[in-house]
Design a protein around this ligand. Structure first.
Ligand code: ZN
Length: 309
């Protein structure tokens, strides 16, 4: 019997999805959603973001969500933080994985978090100091997500050498890992390959293992395929493609978790996720957010007759 290659599907809906919509989901519903996906076999969920509630009131209860989700066994609870202050709150709440976004487009960084690259690198250093102070048994995994790595809505083309140089700068600080984010959905598979192999050649393949791709221009799963062929092992996605800042009406942002799981499982990868249960969860969560745009083909078409995992 051949052993299937395991791929970690990291669900980002409760953070990336909910922060992009105006509806504020009650804490109990967020925890329900997280527990439902956990019951399908999802083992990593980005549950929220430690940002100012003035900026994103949708994320105001993140500490409570982290504490509630911690009751679920074998679940990596990931959160996003914009700065040292957020990192401190994330550590206090007990997050397992902390990501800080660093926009390769400096214009985007200034607009998004009001900080230049130099200021962000300093912020990252301060986060690392906080994390190093945690006891070794309670130390969260820390990652820097390189956003706008495939293009920027303000600057346009983001030169690939800028992405690779910035990744090297971050990793030289001692950060364990960087991730690549196609924030604007401008990426293509050839570009993804050049960026991944470029960073690997400079910094080592163990320092970049995950990608965050968008489907804004319909390239999401094509990019996933190239990432898989290269050996990337963690793929972010959002239930029903919720969120991810779509730029055009009817266009989705994040890639759809149900479609991703169907792709991976039908190709023979092991996600540990029950696709049929996941579609039921999508339908339940969709009912909790009926006024939002929901995406995905697999939930509409259904799993093929005789589908087994
Ligand atoms: Zn996204």
């Amino acid at each position: 019997m051949t052993v299937k290659r395991q791929i970690l599907v990291s669900e980002v809906g409760p953070r990336d999805g909910l922060q992009s919509i105006n509806t504020i989901m009650p804490t109990a519903s967020k925890l329900q959603w997280i527990a439902w996906e956990h019951a399908c076999g999802v083992r990593e969920i980005e549950v929220g973001s430690f940002v100012s509630p003035k900026v994103l009131p949708q994320m105001a209860d993140t500490a409570e969500v982290v504490r509630g989700a911690k009751k679920l066994p074998n679940l990596t609870i990931a959160v996003l933080v914009p700065n040292r202050h957020g990192c401190e709150a994330a550590i206090q709440a007990g997050a397992d994985k902390i990501s800080i976004p660093l926009s390769v487009s400096e214009t985007h960084s200034i607009k998004n978090v009001r900080r230049t690259h130099a200021q962000m690198l300093d912020e990252i250093k301060q986060c690392m100091t906080l994390i190093e102070q945690c006891s070794s048994t309670n130390r969260p995994h820390f990652e820097v997500g390189l956003s706008t790595a495939f293009g920027c809505t303000i600057e346009g083309i983001v030169p690939e050498h800028n992405v690779i140089e910035l990744a090297k700068k971050v990793l030289d600080l001692g950060v364990a890992e960087v991730g690549l984010s196609d924030t604007t959905g401008m990426g293509n598979p050839a570009q993804l390959e050049r960026l991944v192999t470029g960073i690997w050649a400079q910094c080592g393949s163990e320092r970049l293992t995950g990608v965050h791709l968008h489907n804004t221009r319909g390239q999401g799963l094509a990019n996933v395929l190239r990432a898989l062929d290269l050996g990337i092992s963690t793929i972010d996605s959002s239930l029903g493609g919720l969120g991810g800042c779509p730029f055009a009406p009817g266009a989705s942002g994040n890639i759809v978790t149900e479609d991703l799981v169907f792709l991976l499982e039908s190709m023979g990868y092991d996600t540990g996720i029950d696709a049929s249960k996941l579609i039921e969860v999508r339908n339940r969560v969709e009912k909790l957010l009926p006024s939002e745009a929901w995406f995905g083909f697999t939930s509409a078409a259904g799993l093929p007759l005789g589908w087994t995992q």
